[in-house]
Design a protein around this ligand. Sequence first.
Ligand code: FAD
Ligand code: SF4
Ligand code: SF4
Length: 475
Amino acid sequence: MLRFTELDQSYPAKRPANERRGDFDEIYAPFNPKAGADQAARCSQCGVPFCQSGCPLHNDIPDWLMLAAEGRMREAWERSSATSTLPEICGRICPQDRLCEGACVIEQSGHGAVTIGAVETHITETAWKEGWIEPIHPKRETGFSVGVVGAGPAGLAAAERLREQGHAVTIYDRHDRAGGLLIYGIPNFKLDKSVVERRTQRLEASGVVFKLETELGRDISLDELRSRHDAVFLAIGTYKARALTCPGSGSEGLIPALDYLMASNRRGFGEEIEGEDRLQAKGRKVIVIGGGDTAMDCVRTAIRQGAASVTCLYRRDRENMPGSIREVSHAEEEGVIFEWLSAPLALKGDAARLTGVVAQRMGLGAPDADGRRQPVVLEGAEADLEGDLVIAALGYEAEDISTLGDISATPRGTIRVTQACRTSLPGVYAGGDIVRGASLVVWAIKDGQDAAATIHADLMARAAAGAARELEPAE
Ligand code: FAD
Ligand code: SF4
Ligand code: SF4
């Protein structure tokens, strides 16, 4: 360990931009065993590991780094999977620069963080390859049944932990495939679909039942679920796109980011797409409005579809973007043009199709509550941008949850919970984006795991109370 002074920071090999522009394959190759062990050995085994505080799951990072450095991969995987149900997914798509790696003391000392995410992926990929990840065989069946609504990371994480405890688990989802945004939002070049599918297949092999194309509020009510199951976990995500309000934004030609990404992901599964012409960037001048992860996924997808040009319009500058800087760098390498400090003033075109965007140039004012500098309008400074596919990627809010029944909501329209994921309805729990607002995969996993622990504790308490009642003498 402590080899950060002699070994440079290195990430797994990244495919050249020219090559990756032409396909949807993941852009990083996995570490080979030597590189994985070397990079793990750069860790200085801090007494107070800041990396762990930077990780929402409080993963035992120094422990599994040491085990990986010593080649004790099975122990490293056992340690890593004790706190995370989807470590190879977090290793690929967590914004590590803002989480564990951003907090690593070696980063602070100027040597470059330990490449924690890449080592985490390497450990779990080794476990898959070696066949250590098997279906779950609980020690006993509890006889309790839990319904999970939403097969995204929060729902999958909860299902895994609940099944381990011996509860029968049924997952309901309105889509035809499990995985939530891991399947229909995040593109393949960040997270290959097979990585998600082998996780859902393992849950199926563990006895978890998937009821797909079943929408809560349409095909089944919350009351029905509550009578069918001993507990219900709601992990339905946030899908209401934030609207653009400038003139022209009512045009049919303005494409919501998730419609565009879902179509691309479905195409990747070999499906035919309804409205293909609207949702395909090939040969077109694409303008994406927004600066978060979704916007980065749209611009990089458009590049791979063979767009004539791809421009990203964002109202702040590079340093003040909400998205991961690593993703911005990938996009720049792949040929995306960034129009920083530019906000849409009006969309050009008619009710059916768009021909471009009039951009308002912006300056930067004082930082806001998040520490990012506020954009301010530069009066009279405008630019005309040509584009025949305009995509809005302004973020997501909760859909109307009042349709689910009498469940308490926050002013933001998300489900209100206590810290232990309990909602206002007895036996109903919630977590992930539908509680936090649009967030990150790692936080959804944490909520799923936490909710499973609460549900298990509540069910065990119920079983103990029932057993105690049975022992009471009859009056
Ligand atoms: P979701 O993943 O949204 O899953 C919710 C599931 O519930 C869906 O399958 C949905 O079909 C289902 N559902 C919804 N309503 C109903 C209903 N009424 N009945 C039945 N089923 C229902 N995070 C990162 O950490 N890294 C990234 O790189 C990253 N990139 C992203 C890119 C995009 C384009 C987007 C949109 C988000 C990205 N995120 C990223 C955020 C991340 O995907 C989410 O925070 C995470 O998926 C939330 O998990 P969840 O389980 O709460 O919800
Ligand atoms: Fe880092 Fe995410 Fe892994 Fe935590 S889960 S160690 S934040 S990559
Ligand atoms: Fe290792 Fe960095 Fe964590 Fe310290 S902060 S234990 S050096 S990974």
